[in-house]
Design a protein around this ligand. Sequence first.
Ligand code: FAD
Ligand code: NAD
Length: 471
Amino acid sequence: MAESHYDLAVIGAGPGGYAAAFQAADLGLRTALIDQDPALGGTCLLRGCIPSKALLHAARLLTDAEDADAWGIHFDKPRLDLVALRERLQSIVRKLSKGVQTLASSRKVDVLQGRASLKSSTTLLLSGPDGTRDLSFAHAILATGSQPAIPTSLKLDNPRVMDSTGMLGVPDVPARLLVVGGGYIGLELGTFYHALGSAVTIVEALPRLLTGTDPDLVRPLQHRVQRRFKSIRLNTTVEKLETRDEGVAATLTSSEEASTEIFDRVLVAVGRRPNTEQLGLEQTKIQVSPKGFVQVDRQMRTADPTIFAIGDVAGEPMLAHKATHEGLVAARVIAGRQAAFDVAAIPAVVFTDPEIAWCGLTEEQAQASGQAVKIARFPWAASGRAATLGRIKGLTKLILDSESGRVLGVGLCGVGAGELISEGVLAIEMGALAEDLAASIHPHPTLSETIMEAAESCNGSPTHLFIPKRS
Ligand code: FAD
Ligand code: NAD
């Protein structure tokens, strides 16, 4: 058995925790990486980003085959083999998780399986398959992630009602699927199940899908899903779920009406909450915010100087790449390096069809703060590449400082938007001006040209858009 004192104990082996552990080991710290799950990778790899994106790839194969009709290529109706689909999914996850394990052993990180609970600012209790034991550490990083938040009104003791983890297992293709929550998970998994053949109803309590996302970017997505999903009910809540012989009865209530409808499955995707229970926080000086997140400073240090926190447990946005970046910062600070979480833009991508991606300031945020900005737009209908893909419904939008033209925000909606957004992140981080983007040659024909042409539109002369001059 490994020695039980470590320079660093990392609790949680998700994209935050394993990145932190690897960085710390590379910087010479004797590091333990602890997870209750026998497989490494956390929510993201085991039941989040990776399985959902693999399923969305399968969905894309189906919709591309459907769209092929328009190109004079006709496929027969697809035959689904859910056993093979699940096996493919599991093999991707297994391979990646094994890769993380191999990277950990190559770096001599001690991987310990068990549930950790802090006993003090320098000790923890590890309860694993081989019993319990104490570990001591000079520093610890909490990287315990988050879990689905299920309100009492949506709890029903019926296997037809599931959270994202259950639905990622693809138990079947429900004929009638109710998705509660029109956020990231609801829209991504709704897209997958619709492609497989489910009639999808989305119920969202607020007036908009993807609240907080620029409505200009949501519009092309909403337009497409409105034609494909059975229905999208905004300003509506699920009052009650009940088990009936024919399925789950959901009482849907809006200011205009209340109705009861029957569904074969219900996905509850109304947000996630940080994992802080039974973590022993009360044995330390750690402070928790009213929303339940562990409070940290820019170096990811909690109110207890030996303990750091990163990723979902340390606050929003709950995104894997934000967790990873925070993990690297925490490890570097603990190893005595100069580091802080000091970023101008955290990208976000919703992997729907079309995708939505943004970073930096949004137009609404600029309006709310009274910041003077100018907006540059390039509709994908004017993009040659979008035409060759048969996907001209999309938008590229830049939010620029009105005086200097400095890029403050970038938003995209369209196929492959998630792959394009990094140019926006780099532009913001480097303090680029619209003219820098316009003067950088972008390859033709690519969707990246829409960023260049949006930037050119600031001077009123994008090649593929005619902007009449004001007299
Ligand atoms: P996690 O990945 O949640 O890992 C925490 C780990 O800590 C877990 O393995 C858990 O077992 C372990 N743990 C918890 N408590 C203890 C304890 N007491 N002792 C020992 N171990 C413990 N984000 C993106 O950026 N892109 C996406 O495409 C994306 N898709 C998603 C799809 C779905 C369906 C879901 C649910 C989430 C998705 N996310 C996505 C969010 C992303 O998964 C999280 O932001 C990310 O996993 C957070 O990483 P983390 O390291 O903070 O924690
Ligand atoms: P979310 O916050 O994205 O969306 C939840 C939605 O549910 C909100 O629009 C909210 O208004 C609505 N809602 C809340 N209570 C409701 C109710 N009772 N009835 C109807 N609607 C209700 O949460 P999520 O979709 O569960 O995802 C959780 C988090 O996981 C995301 O915020 C994101 O950080 C992360 N995630 C990221 C990705 C990605 O990066 N592509 C994908 C999936 C999840």
